[in-house]
Design a protein around this ligand. Structure first.
Ligand SMILES: N[C@@H](CCC(=O)N[C@@H](CS)C(=O)NCC(=O)O)C(=O)O
Length: 212
């Protein structure tokens, strides 16, 4: 019985795949090409009506969408992988806080940065909106940078937060290629290198962000 990820290389599907890999779970990767706009095709809208990847089909058939919901579900399914601090602990609460922050404060800015024309009034130039979204992204990633404990995001150790934060700091196109990530988010860049070097994640990182 295997999990199926619906997603594209270099997208939010990285986080789902990296967490499954870290858990040692069996999975298949079903490509939904953003370049070909396949997320808007009826076949995929039947899986996620909001036309967004990633989506995850669980072995029992249930489909989960929303990256944060997907990561929490996988962490729940594989407690022995210790992808989150113990339930009820202050560290667990901290994990929820920052996962929710990235999902609700950062991810939506990525959509505006990538597709500003969706949000601009009809006929109005979208570039100013893109610039504003990027400015908010920079500010909010800066907050994540400041709260990153080091070496991992949570003082208790490696968790799904590391995978999620590494993914957002890797999205150079959304952040703006002229924005110097290395000097503005040095701790998250170092965290990304550590995430990318984890034995289970290394091939996944390579497919999504190096060859992808
Ligand atoms: N709230 C969603 C956002 C997902 C999202 O925006 N995914 C992007 C790819 S990284 C997407 O599907 N973009 C295509 C589009 O918006 O048309 C989540 O957390 O999973």
């Amino acid at each position: 019985m295997s999990y199926t990820i619906f997603g594209d290389l270099g997208s939010g599907a990285f986080s789902a795949e990296a967490v499954l890999a870290e858990a040692g779970a069996p999975y298949a990767f079903h490509e939904v090409s953003l370049e070909k706009n396949e997320q808007r095709k009826p076949e995929f809208l039947a899986i996620n009506p909001s036309g967004k990847i990633p989506a995850l089909r669980l072995p029992e058939g249930e489909v989960i969408t929303e990256s944060a919901g997907i990561l929490l579900t996988i962490a729940d399914h594989f407690p022995s992988a210790h992808l989150l601090p113990p339930q009820g602990s202050a560290e667990r609460a901290k994990a929820y806080r920052w996962l929710a922050f990235m999902a609700s404060e950062i991810y939506p800015m990525v959509e505006i940065s990538d597709y500003p024309e969706r949000f601009a009034p009809e006929g109005a130039p979208a570039e100013a909106l893109r610039a504003q979204a990027r400015a908010r992204l920079h500010e909010r990633m800066g907050i994540v940078e400041r709260f990153h404990a080091g070496p991992w995001f949570l003082p208790s150790g490696f968790s799904i937060l590391d995978i999620y934060a590494a993914m957002f700091s890797r999205w150079r196109g959304s952040l703006g290629r002229d924005w110097p990530v290395e000097t503005r988010l040095p701790r998250l860049v170092a965290l990304s290198a550590d995430v990318a070097a984890r034995p289970a994640i290394a091939p996944v990182w390579q497919r999504h962000f190096v060859r992808g």
